[in-house]
Design a protein around this ligand. Structure first.
Ligand code: ZN
Length: 360
């Protein structure tokens, strides 16, 4: 993740700290000092937040290690001030697997709470819930115990894509299928997210951030699942553009600019005399060359030679997933090494719009 600091590895997974997390620690120290706390209290406070986030890392590790059992790797775990985020290579699509992966995180906090319980019970853990300084003073472990209990309770809220929401989606998917289950879980997730924002505005500002995070998370994941469903039975050959403009490696930038004007294509494919794709002249590359007044420079000196291709028989869901990973997807479509068409972001979107219209 961008703007993050690598702090170490656990079970081979890189753990990152988002820079805003340092802001949180700084704010905490500032608040303590302003309150007139001595250095011991400041250290306890900082130590507590670090212990809390260690529990969050272990929670995320629970998700990651369960996912690993199903052959799904984890790119990284990132700590944000509002919680942790394990970036799995993909989400498990089988409901039973998603259920177990979602449960594995909170299960870690249950285990931590159980381990802490014998230490906190004699201290009167049940007399006062809360993270006031009185409680921290009462006992570091007591407060940590309650934090883990709260993590379990909070994650049980069925606000997709939070853990409880994933459990709900997985359970619904067993009966209704994944697209329908996701639509319902995402709808409920958005509703609860709006609740978080309104409640948070007056009571707990961090809940506003979580609400926004949940709302957009639910939206994005639902759109992606519905899109995959629409694309499920199709291949690259169904969606590719067959009417497109191309350039020769020896064409000049002036000719490239004229070609761009003649059509609506954003990127232009460069073909050698044998008709093989040898490069892509993207719009930004062309514009940069024009700004430098390189009107007579041949295309082959400016074009990008690094481009991904897809096979005509590739499933569109795979192509869609690959397109999501890059800002301006542009894939030549090949059949037996021969160029048959092009797929880009625009015509993928058009194909989706048409499928959505026809499916109603
Ligand atoms: Zn979780």
């Amino acid at each position: 993740m961008k703007n993050s600091l690598l702090i170490g590895r656990l079970a081979g997974i890189r753990i990152f700290l988002h820079w805003t997390f340092l802001l949180l620690l700084g704010f905490l120290v500032f608040a303590e000092v302003r309150r007139g706390s001595d250095s011991g209290a400041v250290l306890t406070s900082v130590g507590f937040v670090l212990a809390l986030f260690a529990c969050v890392v272990l929670h995320e590790l629970g998700h990651s290690l369960m996912a690993r059992r199903f052959g799904i790797g984890t790119r990284s775990i990132t700590l944000l001030p509002i919680g942790g985020l394990a970036t799995l290579e993909r989400m498990p699509e089988k409901p039973r697997q998603e259920l177990l992966v979602a449960l594995a995180g909170p299960a870690v906090n249950v285990a931590i709470a159980l381990v802490l319980y014998p230490f906190v019970a004699p201290l009167g853990a049940f007399e006062g819930i809360g993270l006031s300084h009185g409680t921290v003073g009462l006992g570091f472990l007591t407060a940590l115990f309650w934090v883990n209990v709260m993590l379990v309770v909070f994650n049980a809220i069925p606000a997709f894509p939070m853990d409880g929401g994933r459990v709900l989606r997985a359970l619904l998917a067993m009966r209704l299928g994944r697209p329908r289950a996701t639509a319902i879980a995402a709808g409920l997730g958005k509703l609860i997210a709006v609740g978080f924002v309104f409640y948070g505005l007056f009571n707990a500002p961090f809940l506003v951030l979580i609400g926004i995070f949940v709302y957009f998370g639910a939206h994005t994941e639902n759109v992606s699942v519905q899109h995959r469903e629409l694309l499920r039975d199709y291949t690259a050959g169904h969606a590719m553009l067959t009417n497109y403009l191309t350039l020769a490696p020896t064409d000049t930038m002036q000719q490239a600019a004229n070609t761009l004007l003649a059509g609506s294509d954003q990127d232009l494919l460069v073909l050698d005399p044998a008709g093989q794709a040898v490069g892509v002249l993207t719009r930004p590359l062309l514009m940069a060359a024009l700004r430098d007044n390189r009107l007579t420079t041949p295309v082959q000196e400016v074009m990008s030679r690094e481009f991904e291709t897809v096979e005509i028989g590739d499933s569109l869901t795979t192509v869609y997933a690959r397109a999501l990973r890059q800002p301006n997807a542009f894939f030549p479509v090949l059949e037996n090494q021969q160029l048959r068409g092009i797929i880009d972001q625009t015509n993928l979107t058009e194909f989706l719009t048409i499928r959505a219209a026809l499916s109603h």
